[in-house]
Design a protein around this ligand. Structure first.
Ligand code: ADP
Ligand code: ASP
Ligand code: MG
Length: 403
């Protein structure tokens, strides 16, 4: 007998039929003699709908009240799934995040899990109950409900699996596993049997929505082996695990991230300490910077260009203006019509031609590269938003075409 944590995303519980389908997967696992903890997300587009409702009433709502609202989505799902399991004759109990012991830091809407008190869940399991837990939520030191950020139910599931020392953590979703790129956008994307934590972390951070990046970080830290699989088709999925037993692949996947903006700061003084002044200001404002490019100094000035999350572009400009009060609008060019296309694979570390192969594919597709950044296991390029899908296809074809 094993202890298994199963997580089901929003589309897997979108309507009554889907909820019954999930219940039958859970019941089969339980009836096979396992202890089962289930983590669920809000149904379908519920979280987006709740956000719209909040903005309709008051776009300047407080984050505390937003968390109170958004957490209701998962509350609906746990109760419905528990009722579905009752219908199948299974002993079951649903628990909200705080009832399941999820303690978070105080940050509303982007809370981080600090610890999970597992007593309640463990005692329900001891009583042979299936425990259905609301994902994406916890409680902070003020006894207020918090949420973990979009896609946070994956993190709830992995954290619970780690805290309970579960034998398995299965992430059920609406595709059959992790693919070489988004299978909904690129029909010849291939399902991966296995992927390392590090590669999955890069893919998730660079735009592959299938797993939330914090969940992968946590899985790696606590050695929780994950399986990503379909809730609709009972076939093996993708295993996410340590690198040791995994064959290195040159490229494991291709991603697109459209949530980026490029900020150019023009005609900064070409003197020492300028980059330090600029980026320390951004850091102090908690603005995450990704790709950085500095031009060669000329006539006493230089330009610095960097990318940030789209939502942070204007904050970044204000921060730079604080650091350099003599600058004006003329010194800035902000472009939000861009996308970051990346290839990820541990094999590229020992294979020098990968970057040029990617650039050639983009050249042949007539796509201009604006910026480039690389690490040991990834190469990212910035392109015009209008070219983004074409770029994903071209790069994916280059590395994964049949012939
Ligand atoms: P859930 O509601 O189950 O959490 P998500 O919508 O968050 O599901 O994530 C699943 C989606 O991720 C898929 O429908 C797919 O379109 C998208 N996706 C993006 N990149 C990938 C990838 N490399 N492999 C699999 N799915 C991907
Ligand atoms: N319901 C939340 C969201 O839509 C959490 C999740 O689905 O993981 O972001
Ligand atoms: Mg998700």
């Amino acid at each position: 007998m094993a202890l298994i944590v199963q997580k089901f995303g929003g589309s897997s519980v979108a309507n009554a039929e889907r909820v019954m389908n999930v219940a039958s997967i859970v019941a089969d696992t339980y009836n096979a003699g396992n202890s089962v903890v289930v983590v669920v997300s809000a149904q379908g587009d519920t979280t987006d709908d709740l956000l719209d409702k909040a903005n309709e009433i008051n776009p300047k709502h407080s984050k505390r009240e937003l968390d109170m609202l958004l957490s209701a989505g998962e509350q609906i799902s746990i109760a419905l799934l528990a009722m579905a399991l009752e219908k199948l004759g299974c002993p079951v109990i649903s628990l909200l995040g705080w009832q399941a012991g999820f303690n978070t830091n105080k940050n509303y809407t982007t809370a981080r899990i600090k610890k999970i008190d597992t007593e309640r869940v463990s005692s329900e399991l001891d009583n042979k109950k299936i425990v259905v837990v609301a994902g994406f939520q916890g409680i902070n030191k003020y006894d207020d409900i918090t949420t973990l950020g979009r896609g946070g139910s994956d993190t709830s599931a992995v954290a619970l699996a780690a805290a309970l020392h579960a034998d398995k953590c299965q992430i059920f979703t609406d595709v059959e596993g992790v693919y070489t790129t988004d299978p909904r956008k690129v029909p010849n994307a291939k399902k991966l049997q296995e992927i390392t934590y590090d590669e999955m972390l890069e893919l998730a951070t660079l735009g592959a929505q299938v797993l939330n990046n914090r969940s992968v970080e946590m899985a790696k830290k606590y050695h929780v082996e994950l399986e990503v699989l379909s809730s609709l088709k009972r076939v093996p999925g993708t295993i996410v695990k340590e690198a040791t037993t995994l064959e290195k692949m040159l490229i494991r996947g291709v991603t697109k991230d459209s949530h980026v903006a490029r900020v150019s700061v023009i005609a900064l003084p070409d003197t020492p300490g300028i980059a330090f002044k600029l980026f320390s200001k951004l850091a102090a404002k908690n603005i995450n910077v990704d790709i950085i490019l500095q031009s060669v100094g000329r006539d006493g000035t230089k330009d610095i260009t960097f990318t940030v999350d789209k939502d942070n572009a204007e904050h970044a400009k204000s921060a730079v203006l604080e650091a350099f009060p003599n600058m004006t609008d003329e010194n800035f060019v902000i472009d939000s019509d861009i996308a970051k296309i990346s290839v990820v694979g541990a094999g590229m570390e020992t294979h020098p031609g990968t970057a040029s192969q990617m650039f050639e594919a983009l050249f042949e597709a007539g796509i201009n590269i604006q910026m480039i950044s690389t690490s040991e296991i990834k190469i990212s390029v910035l392109v015009d938003a209008k070219d983004a899908d074409k770029a994903v296809h071209a790069v994916h074809n280059e590395f994964f075409s049949e012939d």
